[in-house]
Design a protein around this ligand. Structure first.
Ligand SMILES: Cc1cc2nc3c(=O)[nH]c(=O)nc-3n(C[C@H](O)[C@H](O)[C@H](O)COP(=O)(O)OP(=O)(O)OC[C@H]3O[C@@H](n4cnc5c(N)ncnc54)[C@H](O)[C@@H]3O)c2cc1C
Length: 412
């Protein structure tokens, strides 16, 4: 019996989770990653809700805990750094979750624990997809290096700006991308004595935020986030990016200047123009899309890493119901399995994507008046009385539904 073959494009959290679980359930797996080698780097993400169960099933809770960012809580600070409110971080899914981890550390933890036999192709990307349909029973991909791979399933896990998604789902209505009007610049800066083990969050007028968070490496992770689409920073090099951020944050106060000085020599600046991705269907023929490529929820929704991890498991569980013992995967059975995947994942995604209108204005006040109103709201929101409401906001990837079971898990 030949094992069914999956090509997975993208070696971050979604792609590696899918590789882990598909290999574990008997698939032959090839991962294609555009970067020349495994991508470390990236800032704070967390494992919440049902993703914790997936991590438990992978036996990786302690491995993730071992690289925890060390963050213990979240506070809102004023221009002088004084704490004006503290967000609840009790339990597993508070503002600071129990499992906080840097994206690169999380992805590497999964990579290091992959079952034997997963093949990797680095430094190439998919240039052509031929979903041969019923006649061939396979999907054929050709990479930028001319490598030809035949597979029963192509899993696209390329993140929010996925190129292969655009190639396969190019018809009007296939993919709805929504720019939320918020830009975030993430980077690592030197730690100072004053940096503690909390996430410190500062709001300034003109829709500007500054965030400082601890990491486990003796440095500090900083974010400059702002609302407004007057300045598109995508594609700018580091020096130009820092120059334009300096202009924007000139009078913002608190630690802005220090963050910008740090960014000026940081080698991991990462810019994200927050974009939600919505797709009415995540499958077409023998191709499916998972993770940010399928449903980017953005840091404003939260839970992107948890959904990405969960999606690899749910995909493998859905596919484990298909009989693979008699030749190539039957297209109808595959479609039913991918349909089951969609049905299970979609409520989790919808729950996070339904960001209320006006939240950007609330989160990024433009005027002193708006900032004062936000200050009052923060006091109310963080009062004991409102804790259940706040807890609901930070509870993402959460469900009462049991995870789908994997049929015959010990195949590998
Ligand atoms: C380097 C990096 C840094 C990040 N930093 C942050 C951060 O600081 N804060 C935050 O909230 N989120 C960050 N993210 C996003 C966060 O990791 C995701 O929201 C979440 O974890 C979902 O993961 P994903 O696997 O779906 O997508 P991603 O983590 O975006 O991974 C996509 C993967 O696909 C690869 N790829 C892209 N295009 C192609 C292609 N055409 N062919 C093959 N491979 C391709 C990418 O190199 C990457 O490895 C970062 C992502 C990356 C890749």
């Amino acid at each position: 019996m030949t094992a069914p073959h999956a090509v997975i494009s993208g070696a971050s959290i979604a792609g590696l989770s899918a590789a882990w679980w598909l290999r574990r359930t008997g698939w032959s797996v090839t991962v294609v990653e555009r970067a020349p080698r495994f991508r470390d780097g990236g800032q704070n993400v967390d494992v919440r809700g049902v993703a914790r169960q997936v991590l438990e099933r992978m036996g990786l809770v302690e491995a993730v805990r071992a690289v925890n960012t060390t963050e213990t809580g979240t506070v809102l600070v004023d221009r002088d750094g004084a704490v004006r409110a503290e967000l609840p971080s009790d339990g597993t899914d508070g503002a600071t979750a129990e499992l906080e981890v840097l994206r690169g550390d999380f992805a590497r933890t999964i990579l290091d624990a992959l079952p034997a036999g997963v093949q990797f192709v680095y430094g190439e990307q998919i240039d052509d997809v031929d979903d041969g349909g019923l006649a061939t029973g396979r999907v054929t991909v050709t990479t930028s290096a001319g490598r030809v791979l035949h597979a029963d399933l192509l899993v696209v896990a390329e993140g929010v700006r996925s190129r292969t998604r655009a190639r396969v789902f190019g018809a009007p209505g296939d993919v709805d991308t929504r720019d939320l009007g918020v830009t975030m610049a993430f980077g690592t800066i030197p730690r100072t004595e004053a940096d503690d083990d909390r996430w410190r969050w500062y709001n300034a007028v003109e829709g500007r935020q500054v965030h400082l968070r601890p990491d486990p490496y003796g440095t500090t992770r900083a974010i400059l986030a702002f609302a407004g689409d007057d300045d598109d920073l995508t594609g700018t090099d580091r020096d130009e990016l820092v120059r334009r951020l300096r202009a924007r944050y000139a009078d913002a106060g608190w630690e802005s200047e220090r963050v910008l000085d740090g960014f000026a020599s940081s080698d991991d600046l990462y810019l994200d123009v927050l974009t939600q991705v919505r797709m009415p269907s995540w499958r077409r023929g023998r191709v499916c899309v998972i993770g940010d490529a399928a449903w980017c929820v953005t840091p404003m929704g939260g839970g992107g890493a948890s959904l990405a991890l969960t999606s690899g498991y749910v995909l493998a569980a859905s596919l484990s119901r298909v009989d693979t013992s008699s030749g190539p995967l039957d297209r109808q059975a595959l479609d039913a399995a991918l349909g089951a995947f969609d049905e299970w994942m979609r409520p989790l995604v919808d729950d996070v994507q339904g960001i209320p209108r006006g939240i950007v204005h609330f989160a990024y006040p433009q005027t002193e008046l708006g900032l004062a109103a936000r200050g009052v709201a923060d006091k109310v929101m963080t009062s004991r009385l409102m804790q259940p409401v706040v807890a609901r906001i930070t509870r993402v990837a959460d469900t009462d539904r049991p995870l789908p079971t994997i049929v015959d898990v010990e195949r590998v």
